[in-house]
Design a protein around this ligand. Sequence first.
Ligand SMILES: [Zn+2]
Length: 205
Amino acid sequence: MPYEVHVISSGYSNNHSEGCMYANSTCTLLVGMHNIVVDTLNPWSKDVVIAGLERHGLSCDDINFLVCTHGHSDHVGNNNLFLRAKHIVGFDVSFENCFYDHDFKNGVPYVIDDDVKVIPTPGHTHADVSVIVQTHKYGVVAVAGDLFEKEEDLVDPSIWKVNGGSEQPQLQESYRTKIIKLADYIIPGHGPMFKVTEKMKNHVK
Ligand SMILES: [Zn+2]
C-alpha cells in the first residue's frame, strides 16, 4: 500500500546576521502501513508537531516509527513525544533502553515495509540517513534531511557546503547524486519539497 506524504512544517535557513543563523528543520509525516514521522524540529516547536499530526487525525501515540535524519538539535527536539515509536536517529535504532544492531555503516538499508526504507546517506554528518518512500501521488519521495539544504543548493553548492555545513563534502556529494538518480521528489532539511527534474538527473549522469 503506497504512502501519503504530508509536510507538517517546511524547514528554513536564512543568512547569518549578527552571529546568528535562523533555521528550523522540515517535519514530515508518512501515512501508510505504518505511521512515520521524520525529524521533530527544535524543542520550542512542540505545538507545531502536535498540531500538524492532529490535522491528519493522529496523535503522537499513533506513530510507529520516528526517523531523525541526523542528530542536530533542530531535527531531534521533540523525540520525547513519540514514546510508542521505534526511534531511528541517524545510525542508531532504539526503543526505550534497547539499542538494536543495524549495519547502516556498511550501507545496509533499514526496511520498514515494502514501501518505506531508511538508507544511510552520510556527509552532512558522519551518520545521516534518508527515508525512501513509494507514494501514489509523487512516485518515489526521498525525505533527505540536510543531504539537501533546499532546492536552491543544486545551483549554489555553497548553500549545503558552507551555510548548511558539511563534515565530508565529497561523501555528501556522492549521496546527493544517488538520491537525485532514484527520487522523483526530494524533501530537503531546510526548504519546501521539490520535483527532481530531467535537467537535474542529466546533470549528475
Ligand atoms: Zn538541519
